[in-house]
Design a protein around this ligand. Structure first.
Ligand SMILES: Nc1ncnc2c1ncn2[C@@H]1O[C@H](COP(=O)(O)OP(=O)(O)OP(=O)(O)O)[C@@H](O)[C@H]1O
Ligand SMILES: [Mg+2]
Length: 334
């Protein structure tokens, strides 16, 4: 049995994907899950959210032996071997990280070139395309994780296609703006094409002992991120875009022809309208903690401490809804 992989993805940049992966991973671990997080975005923002500069300097030496996601797939990419067990950086009691790496961006062409070859039943091509999934599963088994969360960069390129094929489920963060809706209109059809194309390739697996992902990438739901709203912009502008999200999501992502969805607040596909956490967010980044772990000693005093408790409830509700949708059993801690 493979360990479920949940990707947080939208090809729109800056909507809050990395922030969500970071906070949801911490909350899942607080709720008693054993979580593996993987930074598959070459920008490495998730990695720098977890680790300070001193630790990163130790882990990213200037030689070629980096203990990162790139290190785990490098031999396979060079054509001299297969994936290796990833290095797992412990970042919490039940929480481990597979580090991101800028070098991953150099693999874009390699992932792109092997895609058509999979159709010929080329075993190496299938090994390359499934590399992320096999590394995540090796890491999850090693760590005893019951869920894997994945952060991706904002594009529909070949690295992300391989990363999404490695994903059983998808959570889609959105801003209340035109670009996020346009992003959804691209994303939905692209996911359907990739799912179908992977199914065709999966059927050509020539090797009985090469385990491959199903490539389900099932959309679990969306999250509307309020932090992208700008001060001074009238509220009705955002309300207009928010009101258009359900129909666009049902049509583009769920492939419904004439949807008549409920409004966002009662839409079962909407996990949350996540608030703007204002000064708590930079405070949490500075303290290298999720906002719901901030203490008065970190600066969260008075009314800010009340806001920290609110944030804990927000993320608990959001995380439990994601777990329920993915049918990952709640732990006894909850
Ligand atoms: N709920 C929130 N409240 C306040 N600030 C937020 C919130 N969510 C995200 N941010 C801030 O918004 C910015 C963009 O977030 P983030 O880096 O998570 O987006 P992203 O989608 O991962 O971006 P990219 O596409 O570049 O990977 C960051 O500065 C982050 O701190
Ligand atoms: Mg990001």
């Amino acid at each position: 049995m493979s360990v479920p992989v949940i990707a947080f993805f939208n090809n729109k940049a800056g909507v809050g994907k990395t922030t969500l992966v970071y906070h949801v991973a911490w909350m899942m671990s607080d709720l008693g899950h054993t979580v593996l997080v993987a930074d598959l975005d070459p920008q490495g923002n998730l990695t720098t959210a977890f680790l300070d500069a001193d630790r990163l300097e130790e882990l990213w030496p200037e030689d070629a032996t980096t203990p990162t996601i790139h290190g785990a797939i490098r031999d396979l990419q060079r054509g001299v071997g297969d994936v290796v067990k990833p290095c797992l950086e412990p970042v919490g009691e039940n929480l481990a990280l597979i580090l991101g790496d800028m070098a991953l961006s150099r693999c874009e062409d390699a992932f792109s070139q092997v895609w058509p070859k999979c159709l010929d039943g080329d075993e190496r091509a299938l090994r390359v395309i499934s590399a992320f999934w096999r590394v995540l599963q090796l890491g999850a088994r090693e760590r005893g994780a019951d869920v894997v969360l994945v952060d991706l960069g904002p594009n529909l390129g070949a690295i992300n296609r391989a990363a999404l094929i490695a994903s059983d489920f998808l959570v889609i963060p959105l801003g209340p703006d035109l670009y996020s809706l346009q992003g959804l209109r691209n994303l939905g059809p692209t996911l359907r094409v990739w799912r179908q194309e992977w199914r065709e390739r999966l059927a050509r697996n020539p090797s009985g002992d090469l385990e491959l992902p199903t490539g389900a990438m099932q959309p679990l739901g969306y999250i509307v991120m309020a932090h992208t709203m700008r001060f001074g912009e009238p509220v009705h502008v955002y309300e207009k875009w928010i009101s258009r999200i359900p129909a666009t999501y049902y049509r583009a992502v769920l492939d419904q022809r004439d949807p008549d969805p409920p409004p966002v607040v009662s839409d079962p596909h909407c996990f949350a309208l996540l608030r703007h956490y204002r000064s708590l967010m930079p405070m949490a980044q500075e303290a290298r903690k999720p906002i719901f772990h901030l203490k008065p000693a970190d600066g969260a005093m008075g009314s800010l401490f009340g806001a920290v408790r609110h944030a804990w409830q927000d993320f608990r509700t959001l995380t439990e809804r994601i777990l329920d949708q993915a049918r990952i059993a709640r732990t006894k801690v909850t």
